[in-house]
Design a protein around this ligand. Structure first.
Ligand code: SAM
Length: 287
């Protein structure tokens, strides 16, 4: 593709309209077409920013594949096409990634107006010592896929960023609490850059029940600190064993305690039994 067409990814505010950069406004105003998740939502943002003129076209999870060819044709015809999402950086847990891939493959010009995004904002606010970090985004909602990702997050040597819905934060905190050392640090950010911004950092054991499912609202991003490279898996097993021991001490039978630990951690009963037997073996091995 050789014409002057260009695909520009433009970051938009994650809550505070003043975070829309002057260059974002300029680029959006100069675009022939703006692809957005929700034309009404982005229409309001553009109206507030005084941007009138560009055509708004929807691009969301359900039509991104079908849009690819249309957008490539626009680029071929020399259009400047901007991509925004409802909030933050497009293509980061948002539509846009497939289009970017297709544009690269077609040899189109690409450009970016960087700006607000919940993940780097939270990492910066975490103050964890590792210079590296991992972006997990939304975890699978349930099942084996979720428990596998949770275990990977619990054993990660570097801090991990997780996006979570307000209804599921409580369950996520409880699952992490069951899989990690109680002192492992967690950062929880709610409604960043908005009126009811909340930034909480503390050990996992203090996070339990702070954001109850029934009464919790707003947008959440969490950062779990990394576990030391050696023994991360063992730390998970130790945490599970401590949880089961505590439940037995509280009066549950071993079987019920394992059921409860499975429920809290998101693991299957078999996985909990496996973790317990590894932990028991490790603690009985001579030094
Ligand atoms: N593309 C966006 C970005 O760059 O951050 C992410 C879009 S994703 C669909 C939306 C999720 O991002 C929310 O469910 C929440 O987990 C997180 N998020 C977005 N805005 C936020 C905010 N103001 N405070 C906390 N988390 C936020």
């Amino acid at each position: 593709m050789s014409g002057p067409g260009e695909l520009v990814l433009v970051a938009t505010p994650i809550g505070n309209l003043a975070d829309l950069s002057p260059r974002a406004c300029e680029v959006l105003a100069a675009a022939g077409v703006i692809l957005c998740e929700d034309t009404r939502h982005s229409g309001r943002l553009l109206a507030r920013a005084g941007v009138r003129g560009p055509r708004l076209v929807s691009l969301h999870a359900h039509n991104e594949a079908a849009r690819l060819q249309q957008v490539l044709s626009l680029l071929e015809a020399g259009e400047k096409v901007a991509v925004v999402s409802d909030a933050g950086m497009p293509a980061i847990s948002d539509p846009g990634g497939r289009l970017v891939d297709a544009a690269h493959r077609a040899g189109a010009r690409l450009s970016v107006v960087p700006g607000p995004s919940a993940a780097p904002a939270a990492v910066a606010l975490a103050g964890f010592s590792s210079p590296r970090w991992c972006f997990e985004g939304f975890l699978p909602a349930k099942g084996k896929e979720r428990s596998e990702r949770l275990r990977a997050v619990a054993s990660s040597p570097v801090p991990t960023v997780i996006y979570e819905s307000p209804r599921r934060v409580d369950r996520l905190v409880s699952q992490l609490g069951a899989l990690c050392r109680a002192e492992r640090l967690l950062l929880v950010c709610r409604e960043l850059t908005k009126l009811h911004e909340e930034i909480w950092r503390g050990p996992l054991f203090q996070a339990a029940s702070r954001w109850p499912e029934e009464s919790t609202r707003g947008e959440f991003v969490l950062v779990l600190d990394g576990e030391e490279q050696t023994g991360a898996r063992a730390a998970s097993e130790e945490a599970l064993a401590a949880l089961v021991a505590g439940l037995i001490e509280g009066g549950l039978s071993r079987r019920d305690a394992v059921d409860e630990a499975a429920g809290r951690s998101g693991l299957s009963r078999r996985e909990v039994y496996e973790a317990l037997s590894k932990q028991e073996k490790a603690s009985s091995d001579p030094l």
